[in-house]
Design a protein around this ligand. Structure first.
Ligand SMILES: [Cu+2]
Length: 160
């Protein structure tokens, strides 16, 4: 076996592999942790999803679109205080700053799942697809779980 010749063929191949891996990791620079979808009675038309999103990349990522396999409409929401009432408000974009984590959690920012499909509670894992301003797609999955409402906690913190 001619070693020199093998090396000549292998080296560009290895270089191409490393290049590919590097470009893939540069794209996949959002990490999703603690993802969950709130279990609701089947009569409800909406529910919310919570997740910790971490941007491991060098530039901020603006998420502008969301979709899921259980809802016909999916939006980024936040809570705003209006006349002492916590009101939900649609956000045009959800910005994840470079090297930062954004927590989507009850009483705060969340992913709103609207017009829920029939039998959505039977889905074992909810699949999410988020699209950035740069048209990159990010996917994560979340189980459906019972989550205690935190409205009492919000009221309390507003008094201080
Ligand atoms: Cu909402």
């Amino acid at each position: 076996m001619n070693l020199t010749r093998t090396k000549k063929i292998l080296l560009p191949f290895i270089a191409a592999c490393i290049g590919l891996t590097a470009s893939l990791s540069a794209q996949a620079n959002l990490e999703f942790e603690q993802a969950t979808v709130r279990l609701m009675p089947t009569t409800q038309k909406n529910t919310a999803a919570f997740v910790k999103i971490t941007n491991t990349g060098e530039t901020a990522i603006s998420l502008i679109e969301a979709s899921s396999n259980i809802s016909e409409k999916t939006e980024f929401h936040t809570h705003l205080n209006k006349d002492g009432m916590a009101m939900m408000h649609k956000m045009d974009q959800l910005v994840i700053p470079a090297h930062k984590s954004v927590y989507l959690q009850p009483s705060g920012k969340h992913i709103m799942l609207m017009k829920l499909k029939k039998d959505w509670v039977k889905v074992r894992q909810v699949e999410f697809e988020l699209t950035s301003k740069k048209q990159k797609t990010y996917r994560f999955i979340a189980p459906i779980e019972a989550i205690k409402p935190q409205s009492a906690k919000v009221k309390h913190s507003h008094n201080h």
